[in-house]
Design a protein around this ligand. Structure first.
Ligand SMILES: CC(C)(COP(=O)(O)OP(=O)(O)OC[C@H]1O[C@@H](n2cnc3c(N)ncnc32)[C@H](O)[C@@H]1OP(=O)(O)O)[C@@H](O)C(=O)NCCC(=O)NCCS
Length: 194
């Protein structure tokens, strides 16, 4: 099993390279990028995360793709699908997530990459439902989820099982998107497909 390279209008979603480790550390050390995580990462932690990402997708046919923007940057962050099996009412589940260098926010790159990851998940892998989770204050992420057509039910807000209950990052929102809904929205009309 391996992670395929996917392309969109402006992006290449690809397996990771050794040269990604420096720019990955740069973004993981940026407090703006890491505002909704418990801390920024050290070089060792950042490299270990890149290693885990590559290990995970080597064992499945999906994971977090490295994002390249041809003509702009070799690596701006990651987007992709992740398997979760923690103690949460909706788990086990497959979640879509992203983390981009803040220099590349505000261009639509996260949404464009995530749309392709959803297409791959629903069309190629035939996943029935993809969810997305974020802390309640992470409005930039919520906007990406909404642009993707995902649905949030406030009654499904939950506490992350690995974060202390009194921690400000404990409370999370859950967005859902069913394959059926995605297919209905992306089905080409006879005129478009002729
Ligand atoms: C969450 C995150 C990926 C969102 O990045 P983003 O660049 O805001 O999201 P998008 O790629 O969807 O870009 C949308 C923005 O680009 C703008 N934009 C500019 N040109 C555009 C284009 N050609 N096409 C689409 N959007 C464009 C949109 O207007 C929108 O701006 P707005 O949000 O101010 O209205 C980014 O903030 C991030 O990496 N955060 C840190 C990591 C993190 O929190 N991850 C999630 C943990 S759960």
């Amino acid at each position: 099993m391996s992670l395929p390279t996917l392309t969109t209008e402006r992006l290449v979603l690809r397996p990771w390279k050794k040269s990604d480790l420096d720019p990955f550390f740069k973004l993981n050390a940026d407090p703006k990028v890491m505002e909704f995580y418990q801390s920024t990462l050290t070089r060792v932690e950042s490299d270990a995360l890149a290693e885990k990402i590559q290990h995970d997708y080597a064992h499945r046919s999906y994971g977090f793709w490295a994002i390249e923007v041809p003509g702009v940057a070799d690596f701006i962050g990651y987007v992709g699908l992740n398997y979760w099996d923690l103690e949460m009412s909706f788990a086990p589940c497959i979640d879509i997530g992203w983390r981009l260098d803040s220099s590349y926010w505000g261009h639509g790159y996260a949404t464009e990459g995530a749309q392709e990851a959803l297409r791959y998940g629903f069309e190629t892998l035939q996943i029935e439902e993809i969810v997305s989770m974020a802390t309640t204050g992470n409005h930039r992420s919520h906007r990406v989820m909404e642009r993707l057509g995902m649905h949030h039910n406030p009654q499904e807000n939950f506490r992350h099982p690995k974060v202390p209950i009194d921690h400000p990052l404990s409370l999370r929102v859950l967005y859902r998107l069913a394959r059926e809904k995605w297919l209905a929205h992306h089905k080409q009309s006879p005129i478009e497909s002729s």
